[in-house]
Design a protein around this ligand. Structure first.
Ligand code: AR6
Length: 179
């Protein structure tokens, strides 16, 4: 566990659907109608109520975020965000990925949620280079904490050892306090 200002930043290796944070974040697509990867896992674990609510919402532009219940999962809410499909890095992918993280945190704040877990958005099917993506994930969190200071715990839930080690190195390099 690490700490930035008053916020704890934790790394977890495993399945985000098991997280007991108030919100878990889904790496969704613009339709919000489900898919593979983490999106498929969340819909399977949460049950059909998530899809029902997503249908009513009617989609989500890239970089924005929407919220539903978490159904049968231990978490209370799913914040669905849509990261960019990585092409060559010149299509504004960095800003869109940053916005996906930042807008998810803003939505959590609107709902007065204090603990949130993120997957590694866009780095699976959407091909975003992992190291660059991890830096953006942390930068967005630190900027949010600097400006809003209203979140107690942020977790990055990494599915592979490689991703977990990448985040570990990143947090060490940023000299985050150990908590
Ligand atoms: N818990 C945590 N992380 C997971 C889990 C899980 N249960 N399952 C996979 N990952 P991806 P994207 C990791 O492809 O790149 C979907 O079809 C995975 O190893 O899920 O944003 C959507 O509908 C990878 O590191 O999301 C969209 O169409 C990370 O989650 C599209 O994929 C993200 O991989 C979104 O692509």
């Amino acid at each position: 566990m690490y700490k930035y200002k008053n916020t704890k930043i934790g790394l977890v290796k495993g399945d985000i659907t098991k997280m007991e944070t108030e919100a878990i974040v889904n790496a969704a697509n613009n339709t919000l109608l489900g898919g593979g990867g983490v999106d498929g896992a969340i819909h399977r674990a949460g049950g059909p109520i998530i899809l029902e609510q997503c249908k009513k919402i009617g989609g989500c532009p890239t970089g924005e975020a929407r919220i539903t219940t978490a159904g049968n999962m231990p978490s209370k809410y799913v914040i669905h965000t849509v990261g960019p499909i990585y092409k060559d890095g010149t299509k504004g992918e960095d800003k869109l990925l940053y916005n996906a993280y930042y807008n998810s945190l803003k939505l959590a704040k609107e709902y007065k949620l204090r603990t949130i877990a993120f997957p590694s958005i866009s780095t699976g099917a959407y091909n975003y280079p992992k190291e660059e993506a991890s830096k953006i994930a942390l930068q967005a969190a630190m900027d949010f904490i600097d400006r809003e200071n209203e979140i107690n715990e942020i977790y990055y839930v990494l599915f592979s050892n490689e991703d977990y080690n990448l985040y570990k190195d990143l947090l060490e390099k940023n000299n985050l306090e150990k908590a």
